[in-house]
Design a binder for this molecule. Structure first.
Ligand SMILES: *[C@@H]1O[C@H](CO)[C@@H](O)[C@H](O)[C@H]1NC(C)=O
Ligand SMILES: *[C@@H]1O[C@H](CO)[C@@H](O)[C@H](O)[C@H]1NC(C)=O
Ligand SMILES: *[C@@H]1O[C@H](CO)[C@@H](O)[C@H](O)[C@H]1NC(C)=O
Ligand SMILES: *[C@@H]1O[C@H](CO)[C@@H](O)[C@H](O)[C@H]1NC(C)=O
Ligand SMILES: *[C@@H]1O[C@H](CO)[C@@H](O)[C@H](O)[C@H]1NC(C)=O
Ligand SMILES: *[C@@H]1O[C@H](CO)[C@@H](O)[C@H](O)[C@H]1NC(C)=O
Ligand SMILES: *[C@@H]1O[C@H](CO)[C@@H](O)[C@H](O)[C@H]1NC(C)=O
Ligand SMILES: *[C@@H]1O[C@H](CO)[C@@H](O)[C@H](O)[C@H]1NC(C)=O
Ligand SMILES: *[C@@H]1O[C@H](CO)[C@@H](O)[C@H](O)[C@H]1NC(C)=O
Length: 469
């Protein structure tokens, strides 16, 4: 953790001076970039919106993925794609429980899940995936009016559908069945906001699709305004929003459309311009992780301000940047949202499946072609940084005595198992692929986001369980 000290003497003048130039330089590059590209982007957004029921355009998705091999490693990829054996040495059949017609979602054991004592003890994060083509999926991806093309796998040609049919079965208890009407009643006259990066947006889209089908056409709208996307249910005066702020604090990645920058700069302790967009919400769902998982990149942290003459730009390891962001975020919550009756959640890390050797596939395999979950109990990807989540846990724990209660939504383990759940190539591509890439699907597979319907639906079942109980 960096301890920031007020700069003294020449050295700090020099630092401030350097910082000033670096920041001006970075932002002017960014601005130029935006000026040159916004026009096109906005035009194509609008075009896209008109064509596609007002869905916006995102160009970010590959870039913010952590170890994303695509584009970089494509030369190293094996050209032999045919013999992708997706079962070899990975699955233990006796653990692959097929459960059909149980009613799903815990209806079979309702009395037990209503038992408070039982509920307190139950940890949803530990459990197993049960194949259930009767009660899953919870909605149709093709019918959801507010689906986003970056996660619309069936629309983009993914024709193996097993990935949609898995139900998460916690150990020792059941998740309550997601009931859209009950949920809408719960958020009547309320505003719920998901705040974070594209994985949080993935979860937001899932939530919108989970509820939208029960709302008549004339009672729902979706609007986009800069970093804020809003799904409104007029009949309930309720709104489920997403607010783009991938680093939580202010940064040079805050543009909701153009945020591929070669240098990430975040402003420590500067979160107000974001927070004003969500501080009035009744339910806030945060996430933060993947933007600090960029290998071979450092984070630049900008402290202080030019007005006060104490501006300093410090280059730190990504992990340190993450801690600065968490600290900034938690201090803001402590000062502004202590002792409120808001429900606040923090969603744990969402793992990726970029490296086949981690689950016993060929070293150059990715999630592409994977059609079954991993059944090895407790499986963890080497790429998942649990240390970062422990840092988040500590920060959240320290908030409790200060009157700020943020509940962790622990979705990491269940998602670790789901190498089959990613879009891979079955999503809209926002850049034109080269012939070399097209010849090698693994090279541009998205193994970070999740197909919908799919894994994030369960993340929302957790939220549902926490909110409705
Ligand atoms: C898209 O937005 C425009 C203007 O905001 C609106 O007139 C139109 O009905 C919307 N289209 C859909 C399919 O929602
Ligand atoms: C409910 O759970 C209990 C204990 O976990 C189990 O013994 C019982 O068989 C379950 N009931 C049904 C209908 O599955
Ligand atoms: C999440 O659950 C896993 C077990 O499923 C546990 O190892 C991990 O520490 C938990 N993480 C958090 C942030 O609670
Ligand atoms: C559900 O899965 C079972 C077992 O895999 C299969 O026999 C059955 O035909 C499937 N049902 C549907 C409706 O797909
Ligand atoms: C699924 O798509 C693949 C190519 O993407 C094709 O080869 C295969 O025949 C399709 N299967 C079905 C059942 O449509
Ligand atoms: C409608 O919802 C907002 C929160 O989104 C709330 O502030 C307002 O009081 C609600 N209106 C009524 C009439 O309850
Ligand atoms: C969009 O947001 C800005 C502030 O962020 C606000 O001033 C403006 O009124 C909003 N536009 C619409 C159409 O809601
Ligand atoms: C708690 O929040 C209130 C505003 O809601 C603020 O005035 C007060 O300073 C906060 N307390 C602390 C210890 O930050
Ligand atoms: C992508 O390719 C299409 C035609 O295949 C072309 O019209 C378009 O301009 C290309 N876009 C970019 C960004 O190169």
């Amino acid at each position: 953790m960096t301890v920031h000290q007020a700069p003294l003497g020449l050295r700090s003048y020099f630092s401030s001076f350097m910082a000033f130039f670096l920041i001006c330089f970075s932002f002017s590059i960014l601005l130029n970039h935006i000026q040159n590209q916004t026009q096109n982007q906005v035009e194509s957004s609008i075009e896209n919106a008109q064509e596609n029921q007002n869905y916006t355009l995102f160009v970010d998705t590959q870039d913010e993925s952590p170890n994303q091999a695509p584009f970089v490693d494509s030369q190293d990829q094996s050209p032999f794609l045919v013999d992708v054996d997706t079962t070899n040495g990975r699955n233990e059949p006796e653990e692959r429980v097929i459960s059909i017609g149980r009613g799903g979602g815990g209806r079979d054991n309702e009395s037990i899940s209503r038992d408070d004592e039982e509920k307190d003890k139950c940890d949803f994060s530990v459990g197993r995936w049960v194949y259930d083509n009767v009660t899953r999926p919870l909605y149709s991806g093709l019918k959801c009016k507010f689906m986003h093309d970056e996660v619309a796998c069936d629309k983009y040609g993914r024709n193996d559908t097993r990935y949609q049919h898995w139900r998460w079965q916690p150990k020792g208890c059941d998740l309550p069945r997601f009931d859209a009407n009950t949920f809408l009643e719960k958020i009547r006259n309320k505003r719920m906001v998901f705040v974070g990066d594209s994985l949080n947006r993935n979860q937001w889209v899932s939530m919108v699709c989970l509820v939208e089908s029960v709302v008549p056409e004339e009672h729902k709208t979706q609007t986009y305004n800069g970093s804020l996307m809003s799904f409104k249910v007029m009949s309930h005066n309720a709104s489920i929003d997403f607010y783009w702020s991938p680093l939580l604090v202010e940064s040079n990645c805050d543009n909701p459309i153009i945020h591929r920058v070669s240098n990430r700069i975040m402003r420590a302790y500067t979160i107000d311009s974001h927070a004003k967009n969500w501080r009035d919400a009744d339910i806030i769902v945060f996430n933060a992780y993947v933007w600090w998982k960029k290998p071979n990149m450092k984070m630049k942290v900008w402290y202080g301000s030019f007005e006060d003459g104490d501006a300093v730009l410090e280059e730190v390891e990504m992990f340190e940047g993450f801690e600065v962001a968490l600290k900034s975020w938690s201090q803001w919550l402590e000062r502004n949202l202590n002792n409120t009756d808001k429900r606040m959640f923090f969603v744990s890390l969402s793992p990726t499946h970029l490296w086949g050797q981690e689950w016993g596939a060929a070293p150059d395999d990715t999630c592409y072609g994977e059609t079954e979950p991993i059944f090895k109990e407790g499986y963890r990807s080497d790429g998942s940084d649990y240390g970062m989540m422990h840092a988040a846990e500590r920060v959240i724990e320290n908030l409790k005595p200060k009157g700020v209660n943020v509940q962790i939504v622990n979705i990491t383990q269940l998602s670790e198992y789901r190498k089959d759940g990613h879009p891979s190539i079955y999503r809209r591509q926002y850049v034109n692929l080269t012939e070399a890439q097209l010849a090698n699907p693994k090279s541009y597979s998205d193994c970070s986001h999740w197909c919908l319907p799919g894994v994030p639906d369960v993340w929302n079942e957790f939220l549902y369980a926490y909110m409705v109980s």
